[in-house]
Ligand binder design. Structure first.
Ligand SMILES: Nc1ncnc2c1ncn2[C@@H]1O[C@H](COP(=O)(O)OP(=O)(O)OP(=O)(O)O)[C@@H](O)[C@H]1O
Length: 362
């Protein structure tokens, strides 16, 4: 196996006619990282992946793989391999010939390429199916063959475009674990495009959250979840309340702000100028039912919905200019002191749990 390479994306943009799909992004993906490009449909993640692969031209900027600038190199000369969403297997070829295909293109002789293809099928535990055709395989097996085919060139980086989206939910979780294991054992750089935050959290060493052609945050999963950089990231990752308002002052290391059309709250963050717009995030599971310890660290709202989820209960609350606030409480806490729809409940949180968010697009 070849070694992993760092991928360095330097001020890269992609313009299709009048659409800017990717706008001046810079990103370093360290060698051997499992990186997930995460974001909603149309945010530019596939375009970014295809520019790394060389399947899409780069409108401006550079991509470097290891020490080589690959911006103008064709896909086969980059040291990357791509696995497509649909797997793109050839229906008329058996698995050996499917896997051996790129070696055939490179002019490797038949015996040698078939032997290597069999090795790759062994790596993916598919050697018993070597003479079958793709249509005779399950979705998960087809995916393994597609992986074998991508890995046969000993790439320094494997690029995966929504690799799990064609699988049923059960298989998705199983293949997710297999992808992670494969990346760990090969040690090469993986870049995996997904719109599922759950998938990205489960797999990635580095999550790159994209929105509207730009990078909102690039950080390890726990940082992205615990310290979302922007309101977009907090909302996209889920399990956070985002509250917007305008700064009124700074007190005791807290920024004090008026909620749009509501009361006054405080959040941990650097001092800000009065009148500035502000967004803060509070994790839904870090909110308590009870009185706030000091002003600005809670509000009283009306329960608008209650959902039982087994281990937890989800409360929807409105109040103090906050239209839609979610509280996740442990089932035992909830049932020890249940509340009902229409009840007024005091909610509170600790100072460090109200985080001031950055504003990328303002
Ligand atoms: N070949 C193309 N020609 C014109 N516009 C394109 C082309 N490919 C992508 N786009 C546009 O560029 C933007 C980003 O697309 P891209 O496929 O990179 O996003 P994505 O985040 O991968 O979305 P999805 O998850 O839906 O694949 C979108 O607005 C899309 O319509």
């Amino acid at each position: 196996m070849s070694k992993a390479a760092e991928i360095d994306i330097v001020s890269v943009s992609k313009v299709y006619g009048t659409t800017t799909a990717v706008e001046d992004i810079s990103l370093k993906i360290p060698a051997g990282t499992y990186c997930c490009l995460l974001g909603p449909s149309g945010c530019g993640k596939t375009s970014t992946l295809r520019m790394i692969a060389g399947h899409e031209s780069i409108s401006s900027g550079d991509v470097r793989l290891g020490n080589t600038v690959v911006t103008d190199l064709p896909p086969a000369k980059r040291g990357t391999a791509m696995m497509f969403q649909s797997y793109a297997l050839f229906p008329h070829l058996d698995l050996i010939d499917n896997v051996a295909f790129s070696l055939k293109m490179k002019g490797v002789d038949k015996e040698q390429r078939r032997a290597k293809a069999l090795d790759m099928l062994k790596l993916m535990q598919m050697e018993a199916y070597a003479t079958r055709r793709p249509a005779q395989l399950s979705g998960g097996q087809q995916q393994r063959v597609a992986l074998a085919r991508a890995l046969i060139t000993d790439p320094e980086a494997l690029l995966l475009d929504e690799p799990l989206s064609a699988l049923d939910p059960f298989l998705k979780i199983r293949m997710r674990a297999e992808l992670k294991k494969l990346q760990t054992s090969l040690g090469i750089t993986f870049v995996h495009v997904t719109h599922s935050q759950e998938e990205a959290m489960a797999l990635a060493d580095l999550i790159v959250v994209m929105n509207d052609g730009r990078i909102e945050q690039a950080a390890p999963p726990r940082d992205v979840f615990e310290r979302p950089a922007t309101a977009f990231v907090a909302r996209f990752m889920g399990d956070h309340n985002v509250i917007s308002g305008r700064v009124t002052g700074n007190q005791d290391g807290m920024v004090v702000f008026d909620v749009n059309g509501g009361g006054s709250l405080a959040a941990s963050g650097k001092p800000q100028e009065a009148g500035q717009p502000i967004d803060i995030a509070i994790r839904t599971d870090h909110v308590r039912i009870g009185a706030a310890a000091s002003p600005g660290l809670g509000f009283t709202g009306i329960v608008s919905n209650i959902e039982y989820r087994g281990a937890t209960v989800k409360l929807s609350v409105t109040g103090a200019g906050i239209g839609d606030f979610t509280v996740i409480v442990d089932d035992s806490d909830f049932f020890a002191k249940p509340v009902a729809i229409g009840d007024a409940v005091p909610l509170a949180w600790d100072p460090q749990d109200a985080i001031v968010l950055g504003r990328l697009h303002s």
